[in-house]
Design a protein around this ligand. Sequence first.
Ligand code: UDP
Length: 240
Amino acid sequence: NAQGPRPRRFMLKLSGEAFAGGGALGVDPDIVHAIAREIAAVVRDGAQIAVVIGGGNFFRGAELQQRGMDRARSDYMGMLGTVMNCLALQDFLEKEGVETRVQTAITMGQVAEPYIPLRAVRHLEKGRVVIFGAGMGMPYFSTDTTAAQRALEIHAEALLMGKNGVDGVYDSDPKTNPGAVKFDALGFGDVISRDLRVADLTAITLCQDNKLPILVFELLAEGNIARAVKGEKIGTLVSD
Ligand code: UDP
């Protein structure tokens, strides 16, 4: 048609752990810069990219709970940790010449916009990367679930789940079992019945109910974000 093809819109979920790299500090700027370069390249190619970043490099609520903290309060710490990752990514994306907006589910007007879905869509349409921080703002949820929910709300066509140190979904843990077999494609039902650790169950069932495909891939292999966006055969595709 006269307006050309509809731009493709993706939700990219980035592992918080990957942001730490091998360093002792929470965020390794070199890693974040490398990820930003890859995102910038796909945005320049015309894809619309929204991002959710985990917070595993700072705090996970469940882990703090095991050490005696109140779960909800430690989940809030986890959510606040994700915001630091968002700001780091925002900075390197801007250095790459990409406009960005961070929107957080817990309002903090000095550092980010509040989460306003329609405004997020407008940013995407203008070629800005929108980075969603502070999860869903609710304890007992994960950033995987946040990524699925935001993906649905902004009508992303797929959830691209970039992992740290694993290039897809395996039948057993490839870090402990050298004979583990990787799946190229899986149904949501298989993921659930075989208890495969793609994401937490809340995220999986949300994607299943709404037919949102998930691509699980290795985040830190150079060029992989572009491959994921182009639909090349990498990682594991989880769909109906
Ligand atoms: N979190 C939460 N609600 C949300 C999203 C995140 O309570 O909607 C908290 C939760 O404590 C979680 C932490 O933030 O452990 C960090 O997120 P996550 O564990 O998903 O990070 P990842 O493992 O992907 O790095």
